[in-house]
Design a protein. Structure first.
Length: 518
C-alpha cells in the first residue's frame, strides 16, 4: 500500500486509476485499517479516500464551524442576508425564535427545577435520571435550535467550567447551574460568566470551596480558577497567590435548605490580600471584594490570551497561531470581555478562513451533526430512560454529555478522539441512524431521494450527496459507492432501486473521512 493510492480489498477489481488518499495526516490509512476486521472493506475505502469535493460556497466553512451541522435552511438564510449579518443574527440569540425546541425541552421536568425541588422530586437519586434529562435537553437544543452558535458556546463554556454530573449531589446542582449560570451568560461578558460560575453551588461543591473557611482553607477551587478558568498555568501566579485567592473566597458556600449560593460572613477571612495586580479595598463589603477580584481576573491580559486560545482551538485549529491569539485578545480586552465581538473577529480572521477541512468534529458534534444532515428530529421525551440506545452510541463514541470527571472538560484536539474504537463507533452510528435504530429520533430519508427518477447511478449519487452534505462527490467517492452497490456509474436505475439503495448510500456518505472534519 502506498501513500498516494489505495489498493482495493477485492484484489480482482481494478479501479480506473489511483484513488487519492491525501486525507489529512490524522486519518492515516493504518488508523482506519486497524478496524478493518470489524468493518467492511468498502466502509474503510469510503472513509480513507477523498470522497467529497469543494462545494464552491465561500460561506460553507463558517456554517460548518458555527453550527452543529449545515442544513439547507442555514444555507438559504446565509445566502439571503449575507455571512456578516447571519453571524450578527446568531450572536443576538435572544431574538431568535426558539419556541418550538423549548416546548420540547419543557417536557423534561428536571430541567426547570431548583436543586431543592429536584431533591424532593428525585429522592435518593441514584439512577442518573436528572443528569440524563439534562443530557437529552442539551442534545435536543443542539440538534433543533435555530440558535446554533449560542448552543455551541453553551457547550464551550460547559467544558471550560466543567462540572460533571457524576454523583448524587452534583446531579441535583448541575441542571440549575446550566440554566442559571452557563446559558444566560454564554454570549455575554466573560467577567459576568466567571462570577456566575464562582457562585454556582455546583462549582462550589465540586471544587470544595463550599467547605473552605477562615483558618481551614481548601485550595482546590482557587487553583483551578487560576489554572483552568482564567490566566492559565503560565499566567504568572504562584502558590502564594493560590492561598491568597482561597482566603479571599472563604465563606462562599451553599445554603443547605435551598441549594443556593450563600455568603457566610462568620467563615470569611477578612485579611488584606494582594493578588496578580489587585489589592483588596479597605471597606467591609467582603463579598463584593471577591466579585471585584474575579472581574479583575477576567480582564487580565493572560486571561484574554487563555480564553482566546481556547476559542481558536474549538473553532479554528488544534494548534492556535499566536498572532491570531493576540488579535482576538486585543478585541476581548477592548470590549470589556464581551465574547460577541471576539467571535465576530474570529470568523472573519484570515487564519480561520484558511483552515477549511482541518478541524475534527468531536464525538457529540458528529452525533448531532449527522442527525442535522439527514433532517432528524427528536420525538417528545419525558424521561431520560427513553434514550437508551442513543445514549449507548454517545458512550461508544466516548463523549456522554456532562460525564467528563476532571475539571478541564472534554478534550478539544483530534488526538484525543482518533482511535480505532471511536472511529468504528462513528461508522456504527451512521449505519444505525439510517436504519432507524433510535426510537426517540424521527428519521425520514424521503427528501434525500425525492424526485430522482430513472437516470444514471452517478447522477443519482450526486443529487443525494448534494442534498445530504451540500458538497459534491469526487470521482473516487462516486466510484467507491458504485463498487459497494454493485453497479456502474452509468447504469440507469429507477426510483424504486434508489429507495433501497439510499440507506447504504447515506450511511457511507456520513462515514466518509471528509464528514468527520469541518
Amino acid at each position: 500500500m502506498t501513500d498516494t493510492a489505495l489498493q482495493f480489498v477485492d484484489a480482482e477489481l481494478t479501479p480506473p486509476g489511483p484513488i487519492e488518499t491525501t486525507r489529512r495526516e490524522a486519518l492515516r490509512l493504518d488508523d482506519w485499517f486497524k478496524v478493518g476486521a470489524a468493518a467492511t472493506g468498502v466502509a474503510v475505502l469510503a472513509s480513507a479516500c477523498d470522497a467529497i469535493g469543494d462545494s464552491g460556497n465561500p460561506d460553507m466553512l463558517l456554517m460548518k464551524r458555527a453550527t452543529y451541522g449545515v442544513t439547507q435552511d442555514v444555507i438559504d438564510r446565509v445566502a439571503a442576508i449575507g455571512a456578516a449579518a447571519w453571524i450578527a443574527e446568531q450572536l443576538d440569540w435572544t431574538n431568535l425564535d426558539t419556541t418550538a425546541i423549548e416546548a420540547k425541552v419543557a417536557n423534561l421536568p428536571a430541567i426547570a427545577m431548583t436543586a431543592a425541588q429536584l431533591e424532593a422530586a428525585y429522592p435518593n437519586n441514584t439512577t442518573g435520571e436528572i443528569a440524563g434529562q439534562l443530557a437529552v435537553a442539551t442534545s435536543m437544543r443542539q440538534l433543533e435550535s435555530p440558535a446554533q452558535l449560542y448552543e455551541r458556546m453553551v457547550e464551550f463554556w460547559s467544558d471550560h467550567f466543567n462540572v460533571p454530573a457524576t454523583d448524587n449531589i452534583l446531579r441535583y446542582l448541575k441542571a440549575p447551574e446550566d440554566r442559571e449560570a452557563i446559558r444566560p451568560n454564554a454570549l455575554g461578558k466573560f467577567k459576568d460568566l466567571l462570577v456566575a460560575s464562582a457562585q454556582s453551588p455546583a462549582m462550589l461543591y465540586y471544587l470544595d470551596n463550599a467547605f473552605s473557611s477562615a483558618g481551614s482553607i481548601n485550595e482546590n477551587y482557587a487553583r483551578e480558577l487560576l489554572e483552568l478558568h482564567t490566566v492559565g498555568v503560565f499566567g504568572g501566579y504562584d502558590e502564594v497567590d493560590i492561598v491568597a485567592v482561597a482566603n479571599l473566597l472563604t465563606g462562599w458556600s451553599i445554603d443547605p435548605a435551598t441549594g443556593l449560593f450563600e455568603f457566610r460572613g462568620a467563615q470569611h477571612d477578612t485579611s488584606f490580600q494582594s493578588i496578580l495586580g489587585w489589592d483588596r479595598p479597605g471597606d467591609t463589603n467582603y463579598l463584593d471584594h471577591g466579585v471585584q477580584f474575579l472581574q479583575h481576573l477576567a480582564t487580565h491580559p493572560s486571561t484574554a490570551d487563555f480564553i482566546c486560545t481556547k476559542l481558536i482551538r474549538r473553532f479554528v485549529t488544534d494548534q492556535p497561531d499566536p498572532a491570531m491569539v493576540a488579535d482576538l485578545a486585543a478585541v476581548y480586552l477592548a470590549n470589556d470581555t464581551d465574547i460577541r465581538p471576539v467571535l465576530t473577529a474570529l470568523f472573519s480572521h484570515a487564519t480561520f478562513l484558511a483552515s477549511s477541512g482541518s478541524k475534527l468534529r468531536r464525538p457529540m458534534e458528529y452525533l448531532v451533526g449527522v442527525n442535522r444532515q439527514i433532517g432528524a428530529s427528536f420525538s417528545t421525551i419525558t424521561s431520560a430512560g427513553a434514550i437508551g440506545p442513543l445514549a449507548g452510541s454517545a458512550v461508544q463514541l466516548g463523549q456522554l454529555p456532562f460525564q467528563w470527571p476532571a475539571p478541564n472538560g472534554y478534550p478539544d484536539v483530534a488526538g484525543a478522539w482518533l482511535n480505532a474504537g471511536g472511529l468504528l463507533g462513528r461508522w456504527n452510528l451512521a449505519a444505525d441512524l439510517t436504519n432507524d435504530y433510535f426510537p426517540v429520533l424521527n428519521v425520514d430519508l424521503t427528501p434525500l431521494r425525492a424526485g430522482i427518477g430513472s437516470r444514471p447511478v452517478g447522477e443519482q449519487l450526486d443529487i443525494v450527496a448534494d442534498r445530504l452534505l451540500h458538497e459534491p462527490l469526487t470521482d473516487e467517492g462516486r466510484y467507491v459507492l458504485c463498487f459497494h452497490l454493485g453497479v456502474g456509474v452509468n447504469d440507469v436505475k429507477n426510483s424504486t432501486w434508489l429507495y433501497f439503495a439510499s440507506y447504504p448510500i447515506v450511511a457511507l456518505l456520513l462515514a466518509t473521512a471528509d464528514n468527520q472534519y469541518t
